[in-house]
Design a protein around this ligand. Structure first.
Ligand code: CP
Length: 317
């Protein structure tokens, strides 16, 4: 593997899951592989899970890990080409990226959608500049349109908990007070579409995701119908994708909050969320604290997905 930005980069999904299983069973088996190798984790946005799990994954592989928060201690970066740099950004990303590349062997990047320019977001302007100018393998730690390390961990978790071969997995929109990117639902949809699961997306009208990510999923506006018989409920908020509302909040309707009444419609479904989660907006206290909530093992599997990906990148170098 050279770069890791989407499900396409992981190759055969069944093989990837087998590799992840081995990583989970023997987390320190490849300590020699990362000897004297440095992974640099660049954060343009906040993180708890991605930061810690990817550091742990690198350490499990014997790597040195450098973490940089661009907005806390580094120079503010200009990202537009051709700009007269007379403002508050003293460094251009076109110098910063190759400099960062000179100090490490692999680079992870977190850079969310800005919601200022849909084309820039959906063309992955920042992530692709790292790929183009760093000279190093690059992996996404959540970019503008996808969060593949999260989705890989989600898939690993579903495989661990599923009781039937082809579970019904439902991605449901849920309310949130701030406009959130589509990266997690896009990516989750992309990975679910790569499986043979029954996959349903439910959301209020106006929250349709980009068709390239919806793919073969069933979009069900009747929420109760979507929940019925579900084996997994995956909740997430996202802002509108379609023009002219790109990046806007169209609803904070709390009838979409995942609660016990809705979970009762399911096939005793497991509850999933990538975290952080706003309780009693996205999900009720009762559901997230129930035995069916698997958000903690889901988060724990972030080490497994990151380590599996880092290992594949190291093997490809
Ligand atoms: N799920 C996830 O990526 O969490 P963080 O934003 O805390 O990294």
């Amino acid at each position: 593997m050279k770069h890791f930005t989407s499900v396409q980069d992981i190759g055969d999904l069944k093989q990837a899951l087998e590799k992840a299983k081995k990583v989970k069973e023997h987390p320190f088996a490849d300590q020699e592989l990362g000897n004297n190798m440095t992974v640099m984790l660049i954060f343009f946005n906040s993180s708890l899970r991605t930061r810690l799990s990817t550091q742990k994954a690198g350490m499990n592989l014997g790597m040195n890990v450098i973490v940089l928060d661009i907005n806390q201690g580094a120079w503010k970066l200009e990202t537009e080409r051709g700009v007269i740099m007379d403002g508050d950004k003293p460094e251009h990303i076109l110098e910063a990226i190759p400099v960062m590349g000179a100090y490490c062997d692999i680079i992870g990047v977190r850079s969310f959608a800005q919601f200022e320019n849909k084309a820039d977001d959906y063309n992955e302007l920042i992530l692709n500049q790292f790929i183009q100018y760093s000279g190093k393998p690059v992996f996404s730690m959540e970019a503008a349109t996808r969060h593949p390390l999260q989705s890989f961990a989600d898939l690993i978790t579903i495989e661990e908990y599923k009781k039937i071969e082809r579970p019904k997995v439902v991605l449901t929109w849920a309310p949130h007070p701030r406009a959130l990117p589509q990266a997690v639902p896009n990516s989750f949809a992309e990975w679910m579409n790569a499986t043979d699961y029954e996959f349903v997306i439910t959301h209020p009208e106006g929250y349709e995701l980009d068709e390239q990510f919806v793919g073969k999923a069933t979009v069900e506006y009747d929420r109760e119908k979507a929940y019925r018989g579900a084996d997994f409920i995956y909740a997430k908020n996202w802002a509108a994708y379609s023009d002219p509302n790109y990046g806007k909040i169209l609803s904070t309707d709390r009838s979409w909050t995942v609660d016990a009444a809705k979970m009762a419609l399911t096939n005793n479904a497991y509850f999933m969320h990538c975290l952080p989660v706003r309780r009693n907006m996205i999900v009720s206290d009762k559901v997230i604290e129930s035995r069916q909530s698997i958000v903690i093992p889901e988060a724990a599997n972030r080490v497994v997905s990151a380590q599996t990906v880092l290992k594949e990148i190291l093997l490809g170098m």
